[in-house]
Design a protein around this ligand. Structure first.
Ligand SMILES: *Cc1c(COP(=O)(O)O)cnc(C)c1O
Length: 389
């Protein structure tokens, strides 16, 4: 890493350099893929800091240092997937403890909290967190964890991290923010008062749809200790090749986010103007409820856009979903390529329909992950199918 300067390094510099230094044995500029399960000891119990690769691996350590620096955290703890990172946090709760989570969130988080941890006695409430009043009402004596996702998935509502963190801390509740949609380039939850930041690094951080991973960042020493204990004891760790790929992806995170944001803005302008589109969900729309909060807590509005057609027959939505050529119909988001998704049957199918509808997630909702291609090509792709309706 370049020598320390008075001024903190910018996010682009951190994305390229943080956590890494040329390999001391060979001078390799890129952190090697330390494809090893164990490390030699010079005498029993005397080692160079790595003992066994479930506990630590230098490629993983470099990745952890990099993401932690981007989030302004003291610690980063990597996991084999985003849900493994979430799992580790929820596992720190005890039977009878209560979680308050967003009702518009990653479907797998809902499934994990409800279906995996419910039977172990973890209680949960899912509320619309864009209104802090709902959160205040959901908090009980047993509440130990507030699980925020913002912008929310797939309705792109904005949740006020500062306000909810203050509220939670009065009750001694830990605040975790799933920052997958915003990335640390656009939003830094720890600086806004959160205790834990979670990412599915599978998405924007890796950025190339070629690897699964997750991370928790924190500056809380106790949480760092608890999570590292779980890394060692439960073992949901990413392999060195996956860490290498993620680290390579991160080096262009700041560049990609800029382009994702620009392209999304153009796609939104096109959709807003299209009579076949009834409603666009995007945090950067001035009329959207969370616009002022988004302006305060994010540096830009991200690459995710959802919309509803004027013609609300499900067949019309299906035609759009199956008809685009550049927007590939697939789960996931945040890669360089644009994706189109039907939350009701794909990413959010694990949420019961009545709960989905109550949360505002309609059957016809279409979600776009706007990639880094040329905006005019993406718009032409959407226009071809929309004008055929
Ligand atoms: C994908 C995703 C997850 C889960 O991450 P995996 O890496 O797929 O396990 C969690 N939160 C959000 C917001 C996601 O998009």
């Amino acid at each position: 890493m370049p020598s320390e300067t008075e001024k903190p390094l910018g996010p682009g510099t951190l994305a390229v350099h943080a956590g890494q230094s040329p390999d001391p044995t060979t001078g390799a500029v890129m952190t090697p893929i330390y494809q090893t399960s164990t490390y030699v000891q010079t005498a029993p119990g005397v080692h160079s800091g790595n003992e066994y690769a479930r506990v630590t691996n230098p490629t993983r350590t470099a990745l952890e240092g990099n993401i932690a620096a981007l989030e302004g955290a003291a610690h980063g703890i990597c996991f084999a997937s985003g849900v493994a990172a979430t799992d580790a946090i929820v596992k720190c709760l005890r039977p009878g403890d209560h979680v308050v989570a967003s009702n518009d969130l990653y479907g797998g988080t809902y499934r994990l909290i409800r279906e995996v941890f419910g039977p172990f006695g973890i209680q949960s409430s899912f509320v619309d967190m864009s209104d802090p009043e709902n959160v205040e009402q959901a908090i009980t004596q047993a509440t130990k964890l507030l699980w925020i996702e913002t912008p929310t998935n797939p309705l792109l509502r904005v949740v006020d991290i500062v306000r909810l963190s203050e509220m939670a801390h009065v009750h001694d509740i830990t605040v975790a923010v799933d920052n997958t949609f915003a990335t640390p380039i656009l939003q830094q939850p720890l600086a806004l008062g959160a205790d834990l930041v979670v990412h599915s690094t599978t998405k924007y951080i890796g950025g190339h749809s070629d690897v699964i991973g997750g991370v928790v960042c924190t500056s809380d020493e106790e949480w760092d200790e608890k999570l590292r204990f779980l890394v060692k004891s439960a073992g949901a760790v990413p392999g060195p090749m996956d860490c290498f790929l993620t680290l390579r992806g991160i080096k262009t995170l700041h560049l990609r986010m800029q382009r994702h944001c620009e392209n999304a803005r153009e796609v939104v302008a096109y959709l807003e103007d299209n009579p076949r589109v009834a409603c666009v969900y995007y945090p950067g729309l001035e009329r959207s409820a969370g616009y002022d909060i988004a302006r305060r807590q994010m540096s830009d509005f991200g690459g995710m856009v959802s919309f509803l057609l004027t013609d609300d027959r499900i067949e019309s939505a299906m035609k759009v979903l199956s008809g685009t050529k550049l927007f590939l119909l697939a789960e996931s988001l945040g890669g360089v390529e644009s994706l189109i998704n039907h939350p009701a049957s794909m990413t959010h199918a694990s949420i019961p329909r009545d709960e989905r509808i109550a949360a505002g997630l309609e059957d016809g909702l279409i979600r776009l992950s706007v990639g880094v291609e040329d905006a005019e090509d993406l718009i032409a792709d959407l226009d071809r199918i929309l004008s055929s309706l």
